[in-house]
Every structure is written in C-alpha cells, then in structure tokens.
Design a protein around this ligand. Structure first.
Ligand code: ADP
Ligand code: ASP
Ligand code: MG
Length: 479
C-alpha cells in the first residue's frame, strides 16, 4: 500500500493558471499511488484579506469590510467562471462561495457591533478561505475525471482550544482520519482536505497558526502513515536564503529534519516549523517542489541524509523581536536566578527564541517577540522584587527592533572556524553583533543584530559561508 500526501500552497491555487497546473500534477500522480490525499491552502492573499476584514470590522470601518467581502466574492466567482465547470458544478460552487461570503459579512457585522473580536471568532473568519479553495480544487479534479471530494478538516483534525495556534490531539485525530478519510481513499477517491483549519472536540473551528497548511499535511500524513509528503509552493525548493532577500540564493537538494527544523523555526517561511515535528517520528520523507517548475526535483528532507558536505546550508532571519536583559553583579553564583526568570517569562505565555548568558554570570539575555515584552518585564520585576531592592539585580530592560540571523548546517558540528568567518564577514561590513547563541542540536548558530542591518547581515553571511562552499544548486525555476 503506497500513500502520498500532496499539499498546494496559496500561490499554487491562487490563479486559474496555477489551478490548471495543480490538476496536471494530481492527474500525473494519481495512478501511481494506492492512496492520494490533497491538502490545500486558501487562494494566495485570501487569509490576509480575511484578517484585514476583521480588523476593519473591529475598527467600525463598515465601508472597508464590505468592500473586502465584495472583493473576495468577486475573486472566487471569477476563478469559478474561468475554470469552465459544467453547469451544475458551477452553480453549486457559486452558491457555496455566496454562502461563505454571506456568513463572512454576518460575522463582520457582529464584530462591528461588539467593537472587539475574540481569537475564536477570528478563527471562524480566517477558516473561510480554505473551505472555499478545497471545494474549487475538488470540483476541478472531478472535471478532469478524478473521483474527488472536498473535506473540511474540522471533521478530521481535533485540536485543543488554543485558538489561532491550536495543537492537534493526535489520538482523536487518528480515529477521525480512519472514519472520514480512509473509507474515501479505499473507495478510490482523492480527498481534498482544507489546510490550516481544524476543530475542538466540541466542533468549534480552530486554526493551526499562519502558514499552517504545511502542518495539516504532516498531521494527515502521520495519521495515514504516508510514504511521502510533497509540499508544492512557488519556489524551486528550500533555498540557501529567502530569495526575496538574497537574489543569488540557491536550492538545497537535500536537508535533514533537524536542519530544516532550525531553518523553519528561525524564520524560513517556506515550511511551517511544526511540520517536521510529526514527520520525524515516522521518518516520512518530505519534498518541497515548485508548482510552476514541476520537473525540477526540489528539496528532499530526510532523517539522515549523507549526501551534502556543505558546512552551512542556509541563512535565515526572524524579525519583530526584542532582547530582554536582566543584569546585576549580585547575580554571580546565585542559584535559581535563571530558573525564576524563565518561569516568569513562561507565566506570560511568551516563547523564548534564543538565550545567551555571559560567562561572568552577571547578565542573562533572551530574545522574545516584541509584542510580549511589556508583560514579560513586569513579571520578571515582580519575581525579582527582593533582588531589585537589594541591588543583586540592577535592572531588567529591553532592546527593541532586533533580528535573529541564523546560519544552519549539520556540518558545522565538526568544522572549526565557522563562527570566526561569520564574525569576520560581519565585521568587514561594520555590522555589530549584539548577542550569540549556538543551537542545542549544534547545527545552527544564531546572532542578534539590529533590524536595520538584518538584510545585509544575511547577504554577507550567505556570501561568506554559502556561495563559497557547496551550499546548494542554482535554481532554474521562474516562480
Ligand atoms: P505557500 O503559500 O506555498 O505555503 P509561502 O509563501 O508560505 O508559500 O512560502 C514560500 C515562500 O517562502 C517563498 O516564496 C519564499 O519567498 C519564502 N522563503 C523564505 N525563506 C525561504 C527559503 N530559505 N527557501 C525558500 N523559500 C523561502
Ligand atoms: N492560508 C493560511 C495562511 O495564509 C495557511 C497557509 O497558507 O498555510 O496563513
Ligand atoms: Mg506557507
């Protein structure tokens, strides 16, 4: 029994031209696998529009949210018309689009009246894009003779109630996959599952976080014990840097799970960071491929690739961060300061991206999203109230507008001098490194730099340790 999961991202389903390409890819793969399941994102930009719509409703800007709803309705109608469906199919699809858009307008009206929006309501609204795209893709496949059915992941993926960033409950999800997807697959259908969205045990819609459709593919892949997962996107694969930032970035042919996890965690948008958490358990290979250049092999992500000898494979940057420092001479040798600091941070639900402690033990610094800085500092000051009075801790302060730049590559483990080369390259460009940390898996090194210097830092590191090494292959694609 062979099983393939194919995920198509927003740009891959964003235009009629792209959708036709999707149909070609599915038609080509369908006969080759016993079971084939598709996961789709919303049409490109639709989730952003839904969020803008919600924000306009909160702000009481009725005109703006009405015009966004009208724009979304028109865009989906235009795609349905352009795909030249048979009459019944077209009528049915247009009716679905209208129902969802009427629902959206009603939700926005409620948000407008209340003047605020809960995370739960936001999920109800942002889930609409995938609900529509899955129906369009399933209809398109039927038009091409593939037995296909759209499936709302709210019926399949069960999560906790952490709206906007829900975590799957795998046991319940596995049971639902057996109930809902396996019979379809056994009957020769290709289910088209909505990415990004899920539901609580009580059926309330949740979402898995921005870019979460990759994660949906991994969840479905894990539950179906897939042989492979293919992520189709708008670039030739995982690249040595964000191609928008570094024009001469190259495609990386092979990556390990830990390398790609570091890369995704530290900002490479091409894959949702949680995708690999699941595939690693069963060792499912993940391919990243370009819908607009389908013959290009793309990037293969495996547990233990032994092919590439490149030391550093990629450089990424993650923005919108602040560095919090807690400092004081009295901290020297006092046990428990770090533990108490981080439990105060955790009490605010802030995720710490990087920690670095000076060897003198007179300061601890860590990097968190800027949005969480104020409550975190307050919580630490409360926790350290006594130490602050005694002057064991002098102050807790933050530096805003910083970026973490991370260089990733398993070969770093055995290669001395990499950090020196990185620092040398940044020094020559007069870029100041504010803090440094090495990933625990020893396959990454992260530097904190000023946001203004971030793009240049990425380019300099890329030039120094990737273009000079064997970090990838030149992309031939034209997204
Ligand atoms: P999709 O809608 O297909 O999920 P995304 O926009 O989420 O696509 O992710 C693909 C984009 O990620 C690319 O267009 C590229 O601009 C960006 N990106 C950032 N870093 C990288 C990287 N290291 N390799 C490839 N793409 C990257
Ligand atoms: N449509 C969702 C988003 O834009 C999920 C995804 O594209 O993966 O975040
Ligand atoms: Mg994505």
């Amino acid at each position: 029994m062979t099983t393939l999961i194919i995920k198509f991202g927003g740009t891959s389903v964003g235009t009629t031209k792209a959708l036709r390409q999707v149909a070609c890819i599915v038609l080509q793969e369908d006969p080759k696998w016993d079971h084939l399941a598709i996961v789709v994102s919303a049409l490109s930009g639709v989730t952003d529009d839904l969020i803008r719509c919600t924000q306009a409703a909160v702000a009481g800007d009725e005109q703006s949210y009405h015009s966004i709803v009208a724009g979304l309705r028109a865009r989906h109608h235009a795609v349905v018309h352009a795909l030249a469906f048979a009459n019944d199919e077209r009528t049915q699809l247009l009716r679905s689009v209208d129902e969802y858009m009427d629902g959206l307008a009603a939700l926005c009206r409620s948000v407008h009246v209340l003047g605020e929006v809960t995370a739960r309501a936001t999920d109800a609204i942002t889930s609409l894009g995938e609900r529509i795209s899955a129906r369009i893709v399933a209809a398109l496949l039927r038009q091409h003779g593939v037995r296909s059915q759209a499936v709302d992941a709210t019926e399949v993926i069960v999560t906790d109630a952490k709206f906007q960033n829900a975590a799957p409950l795998m046991e319940e999800t596995r049971a639902r996959v057996q109930e809902r997807l396996v019979p379809l697959l056994d009957a020769g259908f290709v289910p088209v599952v909505t990415g990004f969205i899920a539901a609580t045990q009580n059926g309330v819609t949740t979402t898995l976080g921005r870019g979460g459709s990759d994660y949906t593919a991994a969840i479905v892949g894990d539950c179906l014990d897939a042989d492979e997962i293919w992520i189709w996107t708008d670039v030739d694969g995982v690249m040595t840097a964000d191609p928008r930032l570094v024009p001469d970035a190259r495609v990386i042919p092979v990556l390990s799970y830990s390398e790609v996890s570091e890369l995704a965690y530290f900002g490479a948008k091409v894959l949702h960071p949680k995708t690999i958490l699941l595939t690693v358990q069963r060792g499912i290979p993940v391919w990243v491929k370009n819908t607009f250049n389908p013959t290009y092999p793309g990037t293969c992500i495996l547990r233990d690739p032994n092919s590439s000898s490149a030391t550093i494979k990629a450089v990424t940057a993650i923005e919108g961060l602040s560095m919090v420092t807690i400092e004081g001479r009295g901290m020297l040798g006092v046990p428990g300061i770090a533990a108490r600091t981080f439990s105060a941070v955790a009490s605010q639900g802030a995720s710490v991206l990087m920690i670095s402690q000076a060897s003198s033990e007179q300061s601890i610094c860590f990097v968190i999203p800027t949005a969480t800085v104020s409550p975190v500092i307050r919580a630490i000051e409360e926790e350290m109230a006594l130490e602050l009075v005694r002057r064991d801790v002098d102050r807790v302060w933050s530096m805003d507008d910083v970026v973490i730049v991370t260089a990733v590559g398993a070969g770093m483990r055995n290669t001395p001098g990499i950090a020196a080369r990185i620092f040398g390259a940044l020094g020559r460009a007069s870029i100041n490194v504010i803090a440094v940390a090495q990933g625990s898996s020893e396959c990454s090194v992260s530097l904190v730099v000023d946001a203004e210097a971030s793009a240049e830092a990425v380019r300099r590191i890329h030039e120094e340790v990737i273009l000079d090494g064997e970090g990838g292959q030149r992309s031939t694609g034209d997204p």
